[in-house]
Structure formats: C-alpha cells, structure tokens
Design a protein around this ligand. Sequence first.
Ligand code: NDP
Length: 423
Amino acid sequence: MTAKTLVPTAREDPWEMALRQFDIAADYLPLKRGIREFLAYPKRELTVNFPVKMDDGSVRIFTGHRVHHSTVLGPTKGGIRYHPDVTLNEVRALAMWMTWKCSVAGLPYGGAKGGVVVNPKELSSDELEHLTRRYATEISIMMSPEGDIPAPDVGTNPQTMAWIMDTYSMHRGYSIPAVVTGKPIPIGGSQGRFEATGRGVMIAAREAAKHLGTSLKGSKVVVTGYGNVSSVAAYLLHDLGCIITGASDSRGGVYNPKGFDPRALLKWKAETGSVVGFPGTERLPIEEVVTLPCDILSPGALEGEITGRNAADVKAKIIAEGANGPTTPDADEILDKKGIMVIPDILANAGGVIVSYFEWVQGLQQFFWTEEEVNQNLERIMVRSFGQVLQTGQEKKTNMRTGALIRAIERVAEALMVRGIYP
Ligand code: NDP
C-alpha cells in the first residue's frame, strides 16, 4: 500500500497519485508505521452490479461503487460521479481526497465517494431516474444522514440528489433531506450551494493573487471543463475584473486572447451542448487549453490534466484546481521549479463541501440561512484555510499541496490518537 514502489504510468492511476501525494506529506510527520498505513487505507468499499429497465424494455446491468475512506473525524461526505471511465481506484482516490479536504477546512467529516460506470448523456431522463433510484437503494447500507452523505459530482446534479433523497425517504416512510446535499432548494437545498465550489475557486485565486501582490483586474484566466465548477469560477472571476480567454469541455476548447463573456458562453453551451463554436472564439484541441498564455489557470474537468508531459508548457502564474486530482505528482515537481503557485484541489475546490456542510446542518435543524449568510461563512472558512495552508507550506518549506496535506493528515492523526485504536 505504499506508493513509493509504484512506477508512474502513461496515464497515471488516480489512486497511485493520491498515495504518492500522501507519502510525500506523511514523510514530514512523525507517524508510526501502522498509523500511517491506517490513514492511507480506505475504511470500507462496496461494489454493486445492478439491473436497470431501459425505455425499449431491455434490461442493462450497471456497476457502481461507494467508498468510505475515513470515519475518524465524523460521518463521511463525498460526491457521486456518473462517467464511463469510473473505476474503483478512481473512487478510492476521490474518497481519500475528500478526507483531506474536509480536514483542511475544519469540517467534522471523513471522506467518501461514489461512482457509476455510465455515460449519462446516452440515457433518457426516465432511465437515469431508474438507475439513480436503484443505485441509491443498493448503496443505502452505506448511506445515512448520520453516517454518509452523498452530493453531486461529474455527471450528476441537484435532480440526481432529489431522486436519491426521495428513494431513501420512501424506504423509511418519512422525508430525510439531510441524507444528501446539493439538493434543489424546494426540498431542503441550501442557498448558494450550486455556486459554492466555483465561488471557493474564485476566493482561492483571489487570495493567491493578493499573496503574490498582483491585481485581478485585467488578469487573464483560462478554465477547463466548463461544467458546474469552472463556469461559476469563470463568471465570478470575470465579475472581479478578470478577462476570461479560454475554456474547454469534452468536445474541445475555445480561445480569444481579448476575452469573452463567460455567462454568454454558459448560455451558448446550454443551447448547443458545447463551448465549441462560441462566436468570436477560435477552436482548439482540448489538450492545448492548459498551456494557453494566462495569469490564472483553473483546471476543472477530470484527473490528470496537467502531467509530466505538458507541465513545462504551462504559462499561468497561479493554478487554482477546481477539479479533483488535475495535477500529477510529476507535474507538481515541474510546476514548483517554474515557480507557479498551485492552490491544491483539497483547498481550492473545498467550497462545495463547505456549503454542503451548511446544507446538512440546515437540514438537520430545519432552519434555513439566507444566501448572504451562506456566502459570508464560506468566505470566512476559505480565507482562513488558505492562510493556514500557506503558512504550513512556508514553515515546512514546501508547496501548498504538501502544506495542505500535512495539515489535513495531522488533524486526522490527532483525532485518531485521541479516539484510540478499538478495542
Ligand atoms: P460537471 O459534470 O458539471 O462538469 C464537468 C465538465 O468537464 C463538463 O463540462 C465536461 O464536458 C468536462 N469534461 C469532461 N471531460 C473533459 C476533458 N477531457 N477535457 C475538458 N473538459 C472535459 O462536473 P463538475 O463541474 O461538478 O466537476 C468538475 C470537477 O470538479 C471534477 O473533478 C469534480 O470532482 C470536481 N469537484 C466538483 C464539485 C462540485 O461541487 N460539483 C466539488 C469539488 C470538486 P461536457 O459538458 O462536454 O460533458
């Protein structure tokens, strides 16, 4: 289970990446061998193969996973991904990153993640509902408002969460909104949740610019993966005076060195299905987008966008990771040498889980906050966490990713030692 012996492959396995990052940070801490291994292993994993009745009357079998990485700090929290490339190792990595993310933000949660191997774009709405309700039932032995609270991730959205909440509630006989977060507002969703991750990315980028003594006004920004996270990050940074020059989705990239309106791009994507073809932009291959000239780059698609092969060509001064695991450890080394400030995923995209925490608290109390209250509290936690991570990185003479992981691992290890090893 140690990452040190692992050989980097062409497309790095996310779980190997997560373990390599863990090893780098754990080396800074005086952890006994058994405790270190315990912190790395996922606590429990469930794989389910389940049938779904399709619109044409046929039955298709789907595979899904739910992994709880750690329950040391509290109930587990983590999104559910619908994507054809989902693997158990990817879900393991995403669950581990959730543990560290919650720890960095000071939330009372451990990490989890779920995924179904499916291309949601190929299913009708009815088929997606059937798949979601069956998957929710299959993983319900792992899920509860006290034990494990899912949320949206790539390929899922507030509607998916509504189906999960309804399915879980139907089995219990009464409504249990706190079993998932990222729900639509009418069934207990939180104000500000939809924008929370992108807002957190914006705050992280803003704090980084402040630290480097540069102004956001006129800064050029490129984002990848124009979905929930990146589109919001783009328009909130635009509101602060940034010029958005590049974006991408699964069909391609778009670029205009003079900038474009990110809200108009969102509208275009909603109407046409892609960023590609947005009037006034030049089309680019997906892989060229991360190396476009810019001040701030926010990778917001999937894992492994910035690797040992393209990191040397990255021109941004700040990288604010909207996606989970977009930068491989090999790339980190190169970016460090180039002096690029990388705000790691477990800090930069923590806004989503922070507001999910607010949504969970509101759901349990049945007492709801205004959007202003949500955003103020998000701002407070993001700014505090950014400062703490920066400080740890400086004290330990390392980059922000390792600084964040040191803080995160230390907090979980401390809680583990206080709780003790049962029995
Ligand atoms: P969405 O499904 O809303 O968006 C994902 C976007 O990535 C889509 O626009 C998709 O394109 C695009 N995409 C897929 N493959 C590629 C590719 N190879 N190159 C470029 N773009 C690609 O997901 P989210 O915005 O929710 O999540 C994005 C990332 O942020 C993930 O890594 C996720 O784990 C992370 N994250 C999400 C949080 C949340 O609250 N949602 C919280 C924290 C992290 P297309 O539209 O064409 O399918």
